[in-house]
Design a protein around this ligand. Structure first.
Ligand code: ADP
Ligand code: MG
Length: 240
């Protein structure tokens, strides 16, 4: 307990919320403490990172514990892995424990195609050999994909909300919904689409998280009215 605070202080991780899970000390803890599969640990090791970044230290255990989350950390601080790693770990765990195999399990919303493609590149590295089905939503994949057979979908809110409205995609089995670059998502007036997507993620245990470099107060208030007992993790300078 004390140790957790020492690590937070050392890495300038600030947390607000109840029952905050302990931060990661090392990537090795993913195996020893959280029981991640050997293959996933190996994929992470092959990324060549010696230690988790501060946001990864706190956001990974939070999402593994199923906590809803605001994660605020500067650009370039490793937020992508901070949300993809727990999603992939959870998917692997539930695949080997055999409950509810079918249906889309995770959605990552990005404001632009390029940002979604960047996240997809990171995702492809960590799912190597894990038999998870990943899809990057585009005009082409929107036509030819059976989304019921996809595990993780990376998408732009506009395109995804369109498919939800036309009932071409069902989000009721989604367990992780990440809004990446949340400040831009809201700046770019995707509020209506995001509302539609959040409303369609009806699973009672859905875990929703906003990742951003900055989080305007208005956006946080809006999200707070929806999220259940969210944690707020901030790294770096105090946010506006
Ligand atoms: P953000 O989304 O916070 O802007 P990214 O997730 O795009 O940051 O990561 C920025 C860079 O940091 C990427 O090149 C990524 O590969 C690298 N990176 C991620 N995690 C680590 C780590 N633990 N140690 C070193 N570099 C990392
Ligand atoms: Mg990012």
């Amino acid at each position: 307990f004390e140790e957790a605070n020492v690590i937070r202080k050392q890495f300038r991780i600030r947390v607000a919320g109840s029952d905050v899970p302990a931060p990661l000390k090392t990537f090795d803890e993913l195996g020893s403490k959280y029981g991640l599969s050997k293959r996933l640990q190996q994929n992470v090791a092959e990324l060549g990172f010696s230690e988790p970044t501060p946001i990864q230290r706190q956001a990974v255990p939070a999402l593994l514990a199923g906590r809803e989350l605001f994660a605020i950390a500067p650009t370039g601080s490793g937020k992508t892995l901070a949300f993809l790693l727990p999603i992939v770990a959870w998917l692997r765990h539930q695949a080997t424990h055999g409950e509810g195999q079918e249906g889309l399990k995770a959605v990552v919303l990005s404001p632009t195609r390029e940002l979604a493609a960047q996240s997809a590149r990171c995702l492809l590295l960590i799912v190597k050999g894990l038999k998870l089905r990943c899809s990057l939503l585009s005009r082409a994949t929107a036509e030819g994909t059976d989304f019921f057979k996809v595990d993780i979908l990376l998408a732009n809110p506009l395109r995804l909300a369109g498919l939800v409205s036309s009932k071409q995609i069902n989000l009721s089995s989604v367990r992780y919904l990440v809004m990446d670059e949340a400040d831009k998502l809201f700046d770019m007036n995707f509020v209506e689409q995001i509302d539609c997507i959040i409303a369609a993620c009806t699973h009672p245990h859905v875990v929703r998280a906003l990742f951003s470099a900055t989080l305007p107060q208005g956006v946080e208030e809006l999200a707070r009215s929806v999220l259940k007992d969210p944690l707020r993790v901030t790294v770096g300078e105090r946010n506006t």
